[in-house]
Write a protein that binds this ligand. Structure first.
Ligand code: IDP
Length: 142
């Protein structure tokens, strides 16, 4: 596998932020060897979230997801490192915290909220194209 320095957009979602897990998420990112490039705390607007989650518009979980994501503070972070897009998604674990493996952020810290699968602590970009698009939404000056 060739070395590939990438950036990824990581969000500590309102459930993770309100539970005080931001430091733990950042600790795992730094322990893995990724660099923090930008960091902000904000309550996202529905407009930002509509852009961020454009690919999910129309799906049954879309409106609850936007409601949840705009319900409180999030920590938005740009990380950088070799293949950090795939690497952070491995750190995060599977989307559903119940299915996420122990050792991952969602597996270790996620709770089983029944239907509220959207409360899974973190977001991480899923491709270089998504990362570039998402970083422009959350950090337009970067
Ligand atoms: P990912 O965050 O693991 O990449 P995606 O499929 O991109 O997962 O979905 C984005 C977010 O939408 C998830 O993190 C989760 O919060 C929410 N989500 C995805 N699928 C469902 C679902 O079936 N029910 C409720 N929420 C969902």
């Amino acid at each position: 596998m060739t070395a590939q320095t990438e950036r990824s957009l990581v969000l500590v979602k309102p459930d993770g932020f309100s539970r005080g897990l931001t430091g733990e998420v950042l600790r795992r990112i730094e322990a893995k060897g990724y660099t923090l490039v930008a960091l902000d705390v904000l309550t996202p607007t529905r407009e930002m979230l509509a852009e961020h989650y454009a690919e999910h518009e129309g799906k049954p979980f879309y409106e609850p997801l936007v409601d949840f994501m705009s319900s409180g503070h999030v920590a938005a972070v740009v990380i950088e490192g070799n293949r950090c897009i795939e690497g952070f998604r491995a750190l995060a674990g599977a989307t559903d915290p119940t299915a996420a493996l122990p050792g991952t952020i969602r597996g270790d810290l996620g709770r089983d909220w029944g239907r509220k699968v959207q409360e899974n602590i973190v977001h991480g970009s899923d491709s270089p194209e998504s990362a570039a698009r998402e970083i422009a939404i959350w950090f337009p000056k970067l």
